[in-house]
Design a protein around this ligand. Structure first.
Ligand code: ATP
Ligand code: ZN
Length: 309
């Protein structure tokens, strides 16, 4: 079992108030929270506001299930960088006697994992991962590259916590830019500006910070330091469960990591890079409840107008 992160008193109180108000639904497993009607309304409204923020960009929609191919996360390096966050699907493979034994142990809540075998599916850890192999299949990219909108995808990261802002299963909405390095950098800066504007109109106090990914282990600490030094990742942080601000969106420049792995290049022989902007949809939704109170009907009219124009 992954290490459980205890909530701070402030985070625990926020979670209790959300559950008491019917906004979140307790499933009994930490980090796996259901969503009531008012929470769901705000979450969908924010997703639609993000769509409006993308304006007239030539975005291509791609939707993927919350499970993805084991082969791809073996190939793209996820398991070396984030083995501690990955979740994989195992399933029964056995005979009648083993099925009976499994059933008996399960009924007593004992360990039945020895009857489960690895499958070709893993839980999707980031919305953008299935996009790169799709783009690679098309062959060389047009000069202007592509922008892909993943929509709100369910993703999984095994980091159980009592902080409502740290879920194990949540929605991530990403816009993925693949193309000329200069275009990728411009895209990231444009979205940082756009998103600051959007959060401002939503009454969220968000600040931009240079950030790093939660790479695993000793080598991971070096990777994180390097990522920060090169300013490859920015996050917008806002107050969610407190006491510290939490990242509600991130802006990532992967350089040639994915284009090397998937051999993606430009039509004219130029090098392609990738970047993505990722919204943590539940975190933004929680930040809105935190900033404006638990009843969306009573939120400031300008905030409501931005969400429900
Ligand atoms: P990359 O594509 O470089 O691997 P990413 O941008 O896709 O990274 P993150 O930056 O790790 O992924 O996460 C994106 C956003 O998802 C974060 O800014 C945050 O808002 C949200 N998020 C991350 N972890 C959690 C969590 N445990 N619970 C809720 N939201 C989360
Ligand atoms: Zn991404």
């Amino acid at each position: 079992v992954a290490t459980y992160r205890e909530a701070s008193p402030e985070q625990a109180a926020f979670l209790t108030s959300l559950i008491d108000a019917g906004l979140l639904l307790d499933t009994g497993a930490p980090g796996l929270l259901g969503q009531g009607p008012a929470f769901d309304d705000v979450r969908e409204a924010f997703t639609a506001a993000v769509t409006r923020t993308s304006g007239s960009d030539p975005v291509e929609a791609m939707r993927f299930p919350p499970l993805t191919s084991t082969f791809e996360i073996e190939k793209n390096g996820y398991l070396s960088s984030f083995p501690h966050l990955a979740g994989s699907v195992f399933s029964f493979e056995g005979n009648d006697a083993q099925a009976l034994e499994l059933e008996g142990r399960a009924a007593r809540h004992e360990d039945w994992s020895e009857f489960q075998s690895k499958t070709d599916a893993v839980l999707l850890p980031a919305a953008c991962y299935p996009v790169y192999p799709q783009i690679a299949r098309r062959g060389p990219l047009p000069r202007d590259g592509v922008i892909v909108d993943t929509g709100s995808a369910w993703v999984f990261r095994n980091e159980p916590s009592g902080d409502p802002a740290r879920m194990r299963s949540f929605h991530m909405r990403e816009f993925v830019r693949i193309g000329d390095p200069g275009d990728v950098a411009t895209f990231r800066d444009l979205w940082l500006e756009r998103t600051l504007g959007l959060f401002g109109r939503l009454g969220l106090v968000a600040e931009s910070e240079v950030a790093s990914d939660p790479f695993f282990g000793r080598v991971g600490r070096m990777l994180a330091a390097n990522q920060k030094e090169q300013e490859l990742k920015f996050e917008l942080v806002a107050m969610v469960g407190g006491p510290e601000p939490t990242a509600i969106a991130s802006f990532n420049y992967h350089q040639d990591h994915f284009t090397q792995v998937y051999e993606i290049g430009l039509e004219d022989g130029g090098i392609a890079h990738t970047g993505c902007v990722a919204f943590g949809i539940e975190r933004v939704t929680l930040a809105l409840f935190r900033a404006h109170g638990l009843d969306p009907q009573a939120w400031p009219p300008e905030v409501r107008a931005e969400l429900w124009p």
